[in-house]
Write a protein that binds this ligand. Structure first.
Ligand code: GLA
Length: 388
């Protein structure tokens, strides 16, 4: 990334010389498997991308926070003493949320000017919102030496999104954006936040992200609905077994106790959680032993489960995944993230990348009338300062 253009953007936005700036980056993420498990106490397996949000920042001598973006309107100025959610502030509510949460936790960030510019698609299921949150947290932390620990950053940003923005997300996106490591995926146990880096040894294979470019509408309300359905299933199961989360159950125990779940919808949601958790552990084992074919198969099964049991896919995602399954050289393909639109992720042989993009792109256009975008994904590091 050319930091000069970020510096120029800052100078344009705030009408000054752009001297004395510090630069930061926070990545988007793609989840390889383990979907809708973070809030069910299961394993997730995301990696941070080299697509994300760059920024230039500088301390001010007062308590004002000025926020500007090279991709999005509006430009917003707030006083840190009076931060509240305002729909008309759009994207700026995310950085405001983080500052609000920092202050609530007793940290004392002062005023600063922040200019951001992203090279990732927004609202495409690659967690641009987590990226902007982690970015703001890293900026505040570094400019004012707040000493927020790295895992605390992720937890704090999740709380900011839950409480201030009002989206009841789990911890996965913030954790991946904050803790990502180039060439690795993160196996995160969401019930304990224990994690390990797993080298993403894909050999001749590449990760291709395909964006449906579908306008997403009801994602948040449908997301919250899935969470409630899982809570219902958990509540029923807790009458017959001693568990804290759905993912505490093995597949065998789930089969034994599932009749306790009062309605079939909640039962399907729980079945997805339990079996997806088992798939995630198996997928990591497959990756560690170099069995990429098995890894791909598990990705496909994950998609089918999200489609049939969890009800978070949509025609566009299904068309992309199914078209990918038909391309030679593809080991696996699935929707990634919350669903209802957004992206798929596929494991594709490097020599098949061009035919993948051509064939999947054409099928998608014919079947949906929409044009998909494709990214050959590279992993990247988590949020932090760019030291020149
Ligand atoms: C969204 C949420 C995450 C996670 C995924 C689904 O990205 O922000 O917490 O629940 O959906 O796996």
């Amino acid at each position: 990334m050319d930091l000069q253009s970020i510096k120029d953007g800052f100078a344009r936005a705030f009408g000054d010389t752009g001297e004395g700036l510090r630069f930061f980056y926070a990545p988007g993420r793609v989840n390889l498997i383990g979907e809708h498990l973070d809030y069910n106490g299961g394993y997730v397996f995301p990696c941070a991308l080299n697509l994300g949000i760059y920024s230039a920042a500088r301390k001010r001598g007062d308590s004002l926070i000025r926020l500007a973006s090279g991709n999005m309107e509006p430009k917003v100025t707030v006083d840190s003493a009076h931060i509240f959610y305002d729909t008309k502030d759009g994207w700026a509510n995310y950085p405001k949320a983080v500052i609000h949460e920092l202050l609530r936790m007793g940290y004392t960030p002062g005023g600063f000017d922040l200019y951001v510019w992203g090279d990732m698609p927004n609202n495409a299921g690659l967690s641009s919102s987590a990226a902007i949150e982690l970015l703001t947290c890293a900026v505040s932390d570094r400019l004012f030496d707040l000493g927020v620990g790295s895992i605390e950053r992720a937890k704090l940003c999740q709380r900011a999104e839950n409480g201030f923005v009002g989206v009841n997300c789990g911890i996965m996106d913030q954790f991946a954006s904050g803790m990502g490591k180039k060439d690795n995926a993160i196996l995160l146990d969401c019930s304990t936040l224990e994690y390990q880096y797993v080298p993403l040894k894909l050999g001749d294979y590449r990760l291709i992200i395909s964006n449906t470019n579908k306008k997403r509408g009801l994602t948040d309300s449908k997301y919250n609905e899935r969470r409630e359905e899982c809570e219902r299933a958990l509540h029923d199961l807790q009458k017959v077994c001693d568990i804290k989360n759905l993912c505490d159950l093995s597949a065998d125990d789930f089969e034994k106790y599932k009749n306790a779940i009062g309605d079939s919808v909640a039962c399907n949601r729980a079945a997805h959680a339990v079996y997806e958790n088992a798939r995630t552990k198996a997928a990591v084992k497959a990756l560690n032993t170099g069995n990429l074919r098995e890894f791909g198969k598990l990705m496909n099964l994950s998609h089918v489960s999200l489609r049939d049991l969890y009800g978070v896919s949509c025609t566009e995602l299904d068309v992309l995944a199914e078209a990918a399954w038909n391309v030679e050289g593809v080991l696996g393909s699935r929707m990634t993230g919350a669903g209802f639109g957004g992206c798929t992720v596929s494991v594709v042989h490097k020599d098949a990348a061009d035919s993948f993009i051509k064939n999947v792109g054409e099928t998608y256009k014919t079947r949906t009338g929409l044009t998909a975008d494709f990214y050959i994904a590279e992993t990247g590091d988590g949020a932090g300062e760019i030291i020149k």
